[in-house]
Design a protein around this ligand. Structure first.
Ligand code: ZN
Length: 186
């Protein structure tokens, strides 16, 4: 019933998490209301993130530069490293403005039930950094979960002979917290 171009746009919106048929239709029709500049920006930004965004070669945070905005900021406290499970956490903490040290982003958390083992989450890069950059304190800031617990304990064990203070963020970020949650706080 829909013209092919509209049908294709609806199907594209359905790639997004949490978007079903009804919402996809509504979004597609709102695109039809946009002016040409907005459509141009919308389509080029989709292409841009795909082409330009990659992981920071130092800390693994998503960036469109060689080094991310944290790694390239010389004013940050380089004695403290905050280890997180994804780039979203970095953007979240930065938005909250609660941390002034450096970050390291793992490729997820250890989850044996899902077949994700210690060698799958990029630990060697983290350990290299810890050895090279001589941090005084390492903070694990994972969302509360069994996987977060397991991962923190695993890394802690590897580091136990080093003279580094290791802390866990007491409650972490609430489960399911995301940018919308932060927006509601700020
Ligand atoms: Zn970085």
């Amino acid at each position: 019933m829909y013209p092919d171009s509209i049908k294709e746009l609806i199907e594209s919106f359905k790639f997004l998490p949490g978007i079903g048929e009804k919402t996809a239709e509504r979004l597609a029709f709102s695109v039809l209301e946009m002016d040409e500049d907005q459509v141009e920006l919308f389509s080029s930004s989709l292409k841009d993130v795909y082409t330009n965004v990659h992981k920071c070669k130092n800390c693994n945070t998503l960036t469109d530069q060689d080094l991310c905005f944290v790694c390239s900021d010389t004013l940050r406290d380089d004695n403290i490293l905050c280890v997180v499970e994804d780039s979203k956490s970095v953007f979240l903490f930065e938005k909250l403005g609660v941390f002034s040290g450096k970050y390291h982003v793992l490729d997820g958390l250890i989850s044996p039930l899902d077949g994700i083992n210690p060698e799958d989450i990029g630990l060697s890069n983290l350990l290299d950094r810890i050895h090279n950059e001589k941090f005084e304190e390492i903070i694990f800031a994972f969302k509360p979960s069994i996987e977060g617990e397991t991962t923190a304990l695993y890394i802690k064990k590897i580091l136990e002979d080093l003279d580094i203070k290791i802390t866990r963020l007491a409650s972490g970020v609430p489960i399911g917290a995301d940018m919308e949650y932060v927006d509601s706080l700020t």
